[in-house]
Design a protein around this ligand. Structure first.
Ligand code: JHZ
Length: 392
């Protein structure tokens, strides 16, 4: 692995702090990112045990945004039309935002965060509150194989991809399809979205890296769709190599060529990205300092896991951002890890008297700008750090 980025000592991105624990020492780890020239994988270099991140206190809920609900709804309709699956598995089903589009008898979820697994169970779905692995895959598919496996923003969170893909392969029927959806490395690099790196995002996949590692398990990508979610993601359609039901689409070749042309096989591209990140940090600090010089207030919008990386890397804390607004019940009243900025409950018109709002959830810019039309019309300003720090 060749290191190209050092984002300093970081706390666990989703470990929001209770007020009574504010004085306790937080667990931190060194967040640095590297490139493997052999398989083109980009990954964080030090990892945190999965149980410390994905447990019964996991705060993130997929159903917290219309963008995600809408994206899952459209994809589900498309899946039914294209594949008409009789048995589906979702790996990392979170609070059931995707599952709810299917018949309860046709789909099962896998979700190791028990609080989320319970939410999905309450919706009436069968959920295995466990980590995805070979043993669980054998249990789920003992009587019938899956026609379709879906996994969004989950496989990039699992270190041992070998176990994962072996388990997927043995679970799929001969005609079976795996649909994987994760932030695209190309978009991350283009947008200088260094906040895609935090403890949970062990990998940020490119098509070239995925193609290479899938090959180890006789799996292959046969189609790719681009989605706008999470700052620009790729939706990969994957099959077993000996499954001849689907032809390999031209879109796969095009995406691979685009990534190679951009330089995703070259270490120099990542070095350049590393320098851009350092510049981005300086510029964001400058913007914030200028605002503070004028005694203007800044609050945050969307206490995302990604914000944790930005705030801690740029040493932004309570003196710069008064508090964050967020809609997630679990986060409200707690404090962001590292920066210890309070998270308050979002309500309509909450930001109307604020001059500057730092957009932690920049990936939902369209949805949020629509919601905050009046704020923007009245001269309110958002601060955003990607593709470069600026005031909108
Ligand atoms: P959002 C999490 O990352 C963690 P985060 C995880 N590792 C991952 O990969 C992605 O999700 C998928 C709030 N919000 O989606 C809700 C508002 O307050 O960018 C959320 O707390 N108002 C699994 O945390 C946060 O912003 C709004 O109008 O970086 C968004 O978090 C909207 C739209 C959101 O993921």
């Amino acid at each position: 692995m060749k290191k190209f980025l050092d984002l300093g000592h970081q706390p666990l991105a989703n470990s929001y702090i209770l007020k009574k624990n504010l004085n306790l020492k937080e667990k931190k780890f060194r967040l640095s990112v590297g490139f493997n020239p052999k398989n083109f994988l980009v990954s964080i270099l030090n990892t945190v045990p999965k149980e410390k991140m994905f447990n019964k206190n996991y705060p993130y809920k997929s159903s917290e945004s219309f963008t995600m609900i809408d994206s899952f709804k459209k994809l589900s309709a498309d899946i039914k039309k294209k594949y008409n699956p009789k048995f589906l598995i979702e790996i990392g089903c979170n609070d059931g935002a995707f599952l709810r589009n299917f018949n309860k008898k046709d789909i099962v979820g896998v979700e190791p965060c028990k609080n989320l697994a319970n939410l999905t169970k309450k919706r009436g779905f069968k959920v295995y509150p466990e980590y995805w692995n070979i043993k669980l895959a054998k249990k789920i598919t003992k009587n019938k194989k899956a026609d379709l496996i879906y996994s969004a923003n989950t496989l990039s969170h699992i270190k041992d991809y070998s176990e994962i893909f072996k388990a997927i392969k043995l679970s799929l029927s001969n005609k079976g399809v795996l649909i994987l959806e994760d932030p695209s490395l190309l978009e991350c690099i283009k947008k200088v979205a260094y906040d895609q790196f935090y403890c949970e995002h062990i990998y940020v996949f490119s098509a070239i890296a995925l193609q290479k590692i899938l090959g180890e398990f006789q799996l292959e990508i046969f189609d790719i769709d681009k989605t706008k979610t999470h700052g620009g993601s790729n939706r990969y359609y994957i099959k077993k190599k000996d499954n001849n039901f689907y032809k390999i689409s031209n879109k796969v070749k095009k995406e691979v060529q685009k990534e190679i042309r951009f330089g995703l096989k070259k270490f120099s591209t990542y070095k350049k990205f590393g320098s851009k990140v350092q510049k981005s940090k300086k510029e964001l600090i400058k913007i914030i300092k200028n605002i503070k010089k004028k005694n203007s207030r800044i609050i945050g919008y969307g206490a995302t896991a990604k914000s944790c990386t930005v705030l801690n890397y740029c040493n932004i804390g309570k003196s710069e951002i008064d508090y964050f607004y967020d809609t997630t019940t679990y986060k409200i009243g707690k404090f962001l890890p590292g920066s210890k900025i309070e998270v308050k409950k979002y309500r309509k018109l909450a930001i109307s008297n604020i001059d500057h709002v730092y957009l932690g959830a920049w990936n939902f810019k369209e949805e949020i700008f629509k919601k905050e039309k009046k704020f923007l019309k009245d001269g309110g300003k958002f601060i955003i750090h990607t593709p470069y720090p600026k005031i909108i």
